[in-house]
Design a protein around this ligand. Structure first.
Ligand code: AMP
Ligand code: MG
Length: 330
């Protein structure tokens, strides 16, 4: 079975095709295009306009790269939420039109669960991980427990990627700022104290961001601020992940989201995993960021396990929580 998936929750619009090969995910194509505002943060309507401009071409590319005729597509999946309303609506409308014109079923999927399932689908030994999902808008520690994907810890305010991007925006670094902060941080050698903000199993990043911005205004070295920003936030993420692993007794940890590209975060999580005798898995970069292939894969396994979505139930849900998903495939 082949599924074409459309991703469109925030800044990235993507289309990808996947095939089920004996229960594993074979990625046939994964094409994407990211909206990058000239100034400031993401404007939802402008991002949606960007997506509308590029989506038809991306779908065409995804089918061409997969080297299949349109008639080989058995299913169309799309990111139903969570995300920005105008972006979600653009992707959903295209998915509905494609499913109707190809006369194949349509299925809407949860974006956060897709980040976890693409790891399980493409890394055969990664069967039951705790996912540390670190992206621009989302920061969640997710694991499967008692029949559902549950959020064991999450941000109470902004996502970790957004925290890095907002700090970088003050310096006019352009979007995305994470990689630039990472390279500044490599030159840092002095830790500047920042609030370490974990409340129960949840995290907060905005106070820490304000404190980092104050250091910059006081002309502290940029390298040391970036170093301290990474050390503090990544330690918080690693601590919550470890506690979720201890609680669920899971021995695998998976990274997902754009911030998973960061080598310092990988090192910290890897050190934690080793100390616990656990394994760390990181999907390839194009499968870590927002992408159509992960949407296609989750749609495919949901459909294979019997989930059906009539057109009238395919509305988007900006606040689609990870634990609202009925898990039929595990
Ligand atoms: P996503 O929302 O999952 O597509 O990821 C985008 C986010 O990842 C943005 O906030 C980027 O700043 C961040 N990001 C990308 N590469 C890195 C990196 N090397 N270190 C930290 N953050 C990164
Ligand atoms: Mg994402």
């Amino acid at each position: 079975m082949i599924c074409l998936g459309i991703e469109g929750t925030a800044h990235t619009i993507g289309a990808g095709c996947v095939r089920d090969t004996h229960g594993h995910c074979e990625v046939l194509s994964n094409c994407m295009n990211t909206y990058s505002p000239a100034h400031g943060g993401i404007h939802p309507r402008e991002a949606a306009n960007h997506h509308a401009t590029h989506l038809a071409e991306l779908i065409h590319q995804a089918v061409q790269k997969a080297d299949i005729p349109y008639t080989d597509i058995d299913l169309v999946a799309f990111s139903q939420g969570p995300g920005l309303g105008p972006c979600l609506r653009t992707a959903a409308t295209a998915a509905r039109a494609l499913s109707l014109s190809l006369s194949v079923p349509l299925i809407g999927v949860n974006h956060c669960v897709a980040h976890l399932e693409i790891g399980r689908g493409t890394i055969p030994v990664c069967t039951d991980p705790v996912l540390l999902y670190v992206s621009g808008a989302n920061t969640q520690v997710i694991a499967f427990a008692e029949g559902k994907y549950r959020v064991f810890g999450e941000t109470l305010d902004i996502g970790i990627g957004n925290c890095l991007d907002k700090f970088g925006r003050m310096l006019d670094l352009g979007f995305p700022c994470g990689p630039k902060i990472e390279s500044f941080a490599k030159q840092g050698d002095r830790y500047l104290p920042l609030p370490y903000s974990i409340k129960g199993m949840d995290m907060a990043f905005s106070g820490l961001l304000t404190a980092a911005e104050a250091y910059y205004r006081k002309k502290e070295s940029l390298a040391n601020i970036c170093y301290s920003l990474q050390e503090t936030t990544f330690a918080m993420l690693t601590e919550v992940t470890e506690r979720a692993m201890a609680h669920t007794e899971k021995t695998q940890v998976l990274l997902g989201g754009g911030v998973a590209s960061n080598t310092r975060l990988r090192d910290m999580v890897s050190t934690m995993a080793k100390a616990r005798g656990a394994s760390l898995f990181v999907p390839t970069k194009d499968l870590c960021v927002d992408n159509g292939a992960m949407i296609a894969w989750l749609g495919l396994i949901m459909h294979a396990s019997g989930t059906r979505m009539p057109l009238e139930q395919s509305s988007i849900n900006q606040r689609f929580r990870t634990d609202m998903v009925e898990v039929t495939w595990r």
